[in-house]
Design a protein around this ligand. Structure first.
Ligand code: PLP
Length: 442
């Protein structure tokens, strides 16, 4: 099928779309064949605002020239390097940059190709660390309800979205903190006021499981895919204190919050809380080449390096063919250069204020039962139809598409994370069209 032709049932038969109702898709396929800046274009000439920066991954918008040049330059120089026992200059350059950007002593970087792989790498590292410390019984994990850590077995075990787990049988031993959505915080602007106490639920889990069996707690600084569910200001600090008290590692999954989404390079910076391990992906390369990274503390790295054994033994039996892929490293260096600087963070913070007002202007529309926002991320929660719980958000998203806005829905939430290069009028335009879509649908 060329980029100009309309899909036919025959031409769509072989592609099984990810996280998609394929039956519905086949009835009304949505294709994009071109992207530039803030917009996607369909093969039949429809132009759409990209209101989620792809899947939260393209904050610099589409077709970024510096990234394009970095990738093509890299392709001319070194298209692939073996990831095991061999490396290449850009892998070291990128690691140095990430270590400098990551908070505190998060100084050592392992690579993979996605957020899911980053989550599973982090969980394996946590277990391996405790084994290296002589405490192999510390092997269980604690995640959080509504948390999302990708789709691999580790990630779904600690993940807290029921439908993502229910078909897959036995998972890792994992327990879950309660989510941080509270009815009394509905329509909060930015950080909600209530909820620090929710971190104390860790004590109840430990009462039953005992800290001596727990390797790590893993949370997103704010739950992105679960519907931009934001903890109160002191929640993560409290969680950090409890993890320290009980000798449990704290992992931040920053696949969405990493690289500026909250107006600071990392969510850890925003909340001023340092995890022991931080995972990132998505915006690391502006979504242009798949890449994930796991950034770990000096203590974890050194413990792994200090394991007894032959000098030539492998300290961490883990890695991927595409770990630190040269094209991904080149894309990441060019992305970070543009994203992780004070001027861009200032721009995000400036736009965030306007974004907050624009998204909260939807309050009072029919079916809108909550609105949440932090930095340049937000969600509009749609009242569920009890007979068809997920239908309304999906239908509204389809209507937004007709109105020229690509809007992601997940459960009963519409999620928004516009590119950092948006202008104020773009943000206004996006929400004006979404308001129309909701009103007409209701
Ligand atoms: N972790 C978080 C917090 C995410 O939001 C996502 C994806 O949305 C993932 C992990 C999984 O990333 P990927 O889809 O690249 O495997």
């Amino acid at each position: 099928m060329s980029s100009q032709t309309k899909p036919t049932p025959e031409s769509m038969r072989h592609h099984w779309l990810a996280f998609t109702s394929n039956r519905r898709f086949h009835q009304s396929p949505r294709l994009v064949s071109k992207a530039e800046g803030l917009f996607y274009h369909t093969p039949d000439g429809h132009k759409l605002y990209d209101s989620l920066s792809g899947l939260w991954c393209s904050p610099l918008g589409h077709g970024n020239q510096a990234i394009k040049e970095a990738i093509t330059g890299q392709l001319d120089e070194l298209d692939y390097a073996p990831a095991f026992n061999v490396s290449h200059p850009k892998a070291f350059e990128l690691s140095e940059k990430l270590a400098a950007l990551a908070p505190g002593d998060l100084d050592h970087v392992l690579y993979c190709s996605s957020g899911s792989e980053a989550a599973d790498t982090a969980l394996k590292l946590a277990r391996a660390y405790w084994r290296a410390k002589g405490k192999p019984e510390k092997s269980k994990f604690i995640g959080r309800a509504k948390g999302y850590h990708g789709v691999n077995f580790g990630g779904i075990s600690v993940g807290g979205i029921g439908p993502n787990r229910k078909s897959y049988g036995q998972t890792l031993d994992a327990y879950h903190l309660p989510h941080t959505w509270l009815a009394e915080n509905a329509f909060s602007r930015g950080l909600p006021t209530e909820g620090d106490h929710l971190a104390d639920a860790l004590n109840q889990i430990l009462e039953v499981q005992d800290a001596s069996n727990i390797a790590a707690v893993i949370v997103e600084p704010m739950a992105g895919s679960g519907g931009v569910i934001i903890p109160s200001a002191g929640y993560l600090k409290r969680l950090r204190e409890l993890c320290d008290k009980h000798d449990i590692l704290l992992i931040f999954d920053e696949v969405i919050t990493g690289f500026g989404r909250m107006g600071e390079v990392f969510g850890a910076d925003y909340f001023n809380v340092q995890p022991d391990i931080l995972t990132c992906a998505k915006a690391l390369t502006n979504g242009v080449v798949p890449m994930g990274a796991v950034i770990t503390s000096q203590e974890i790295y050194q413990t792994m390096m200090d394991q007894p054994g032959d000098e030539y033994s492998i300290e961490f039996m883990h890695g991927y063919t595409y770990s630190a892929h040269p094209l991904a490293c080149a894309a990441a260096l060019a992305s970070i250069e543009q994203i992780a600087n004070p001027a861009m963070m200032e721009q995000v913070r400036g736009l965030s204020e306007l974004f907050e007002n624009a998204i909260h202007d939807l309050r009072g529309l029919p079916l809108v039962e909550d609105i949440r926002n932090i930095g340049l991320a937000g969600a509009v929660q749609i009242e569920m139809d009890p007979a068809h719980p997920l239908k309304r958000a999906s239908d509204i998203s389809a209507r937004c598409w007709e109105k020229g806005v690509y809007v992601r829905f997940g459960g009963n939430n519409l999620s928004f994370a516009p590119p950092f290069i948006s202008q104020p009028q773009d943000i206004h335009e996006i929400f004006a069209r979404v308001a129309e879509a909701i009103t007409e649908y209701a």
